[in-house]
Design a protein around this ligand. Structure first.
Ligand code: NDP
Length: 451
């Protein structure tokens, strides 16, 4: 039995029920098969067995008091997956669906993503099953403080540097950073995604969405195509979606969709910059639902459906798909419909938004497919730039950070293509991203001996 198969089998046996984690491990390890032949030293030194096991996984109680003076208990997680090339680094997710499997899948993906950025960052992820929807500002603050009351002892600017993710934006980072500072009595770059006033980086809020579009533009350029006049489907309406829409507009494309966890809006006229500003205000300030967009702009709204189901059911033709909501949002039927209707490019702003079956359909139909760990790496890359600025105690201009982001996205794109070609899978961004990310980590792990 190949080492790859035996490691996958062992993960499934050791961690039963962790479906998202199994999915991520299977996807990455299967594409690493060629590395076992080219690097027998990785096999001999148990690198594949070691890389699927987190350095440590911390699970903790988060008790807090709601506005009605009731005690509520949530569960907190921080999975410190791999710090071979730098401190653990990865976001914190607050969403009712969060469990150990989801945090492990995200942390595992983060290892390779962070490696691809060329910056010295290891992989980790954290979060809680706390649902921020409908909570008051005070409740959010009390929860964030309760979460940090335990997390603070496990993180640090040279140890583990969390950031935002679903449900964790500037407001939550502010509350968590404020409490960390209080507990530790120090002002350090322990979190990224901070506001500018206390150590944040320009372009960090924009970085994941912008970076995804930069990556898509690079993929399109390999076929002599650009965003001009292209019809683009975006899912989600949070941080990544908002700035993906902004950048597509700047590049001359037309975005026709957004969603949240309750509904999908289709706007055939296009979500222009004014409408995009409205979404930012609606979601970031008023904490409203996306159906309010449909009321305001008199567009169609599909309750209880995600973007990809609507596109399939309504037979809508899009040139480019940018899934920016959550994992496994595009299934095989949705992928088939996208392919049938002429979609030429899929770049993942979200983490693992396409099921394995959907990915296969994209690749079989010669669709340019950029997996999340490459396409959305601009967010963590800019977090890396925030860490550098914090260490140097200085800040770069907007242009400087944006330019660095663009250079990093181009470099990730080239690394994927080069690794894919070097391992006999020309044009396969999945294999390219996994191998390019993995080899660097594996070599570092090898250098350390068995630790
Ligand atoms: P946000 O919380 O800002 O936005 C998430 C959006 O997706 C919201 O509109 C949310 O709707 C929607 N959503 C969440 N779950 C579902 C669901 N089950 N069905 C339909 N819509 C859903 O998160 P981000 O924009 O930061 O993150 C989006 C994705 O991008 C995630 O996969 C994240 O891991 C990934 N990512 C984020 C990075 C970042 O820098 N923020 C970096 C790299 C990847 P609602 O408003 O109803 O909650």
């Amino acid at each position: 039995m190949s080492v790859i198969k035996s490691v996958i089998d062992k993960v499934k046996q050791t961690d039963p029920g962790q479906n998202e984690f199994h999915q991520a491990v299977t996807e990455v390890l299967e594409s690493l098969e060629p590395t076992t032949k080219r690097h027998p030293e990785f096999v001999k030194n148990g690198i594949y067995e070691r890389i699927v096991e987190p350095e440590r996984a911390i699970i903790f109680r988060v008790p807090w008091v709601d506005d009605k003076n009731r005690v509520v208990v949530n569960r907190g997680f921080r999975v410190q997956f791999n710090n071979a090339i730098g401190p653990f680094k990865g976001g914190i997710r607050f969403h009712a669906s969060v469990n150990l499997s989801i945090i492990k899948f995200l942390g595992f993906e983060q290892i390779f993503k962070n490696s691809l950025t060329t910056l010295p960052m290891g992989g980790g992820k954290g979060g809680s099953d706390f649902d921020p929807k409908g909570k008051s500002d005070c409740e959010i603050m009390r929860f964030c403080q309760a979460f940090m009351r335990e997390l603070f002892r496990h993180i640090g600017p040279e140890t583990d540097v969390p950031a935002g993710d679903i449900g964790v934006g500037a407001r939550e980072i502010g509350y968590m950073y404020g409490y960390y500072k209080k507990l530790k009595n120090e002002h350090t770059g322990v979190l990224t995604g901070k506001a500018l006033e206390y150590g944040g980086s320009l372009i960090r809020p924009e970085a994941t969405g912008y970076g995804t579009v930069y990556f898509a533009a690079e993929m399109l350029a390999t076929r002599g195509i650009d965003f001009k006049n292209k019809c683009v489907a975006v899912s989600g309406s949070g941080n990544v979606a908002q700035f993906a829409i902004e950048k597509v507009n700047q590049m001359g494309g037309k975005v026709i969709s957004v969603c949240d966890s309750n509904a999908t809006v289709i706007d055939e006229k296009g979500i222009d910059s004014d409408k995009c500003c409205y979404i930012m205000e609606l979601k970031n300030v008023n904490r409203g639902r996306i159906s309010e967009y449909a009321d305001k702009y008199k567009t169609v709204c599909f309750e209880g459906k995600n973007v990809w189901d609507v596109i399939r059911e309504q037979g809508i033709k899009v040139d480019i798909a940018l899934p920016c909501a959550t994992q496994n949002e595009i299934d095989a039927d949705n992928a088939t419909a996208l392919a049938k209707n002429g979609c030429i490019c899929v770049a993942e702003g979200a983490n693992m938004p396409s099921t394995p079956e959907a990915v296969k359909i994209f690749q079989d139909n010669n669709i340019l497919y950029g997996p999340g760990k490459a396409a959305n790496a601009g967010g963590v890359a800019t977090s890396g730039l925030e860490m550098s600025q914090n260490s140097m105690k200085m800040s770069w201009t907007r242009e400087e950070v944006d330019n660095r982001l663009l250079i990093i996205m181009k470099s990730i794109h080239n690394s994927c293509l080069n690794a894919a070609e070097a391992y006999g899978r020309k044009g396969d961004y999945v294999t390219g991203a996994n191998i390019a990310g993995f080899v660097k980590i594996a070599k570092a792990m090898l250098a350390y001996g068995v630790v």
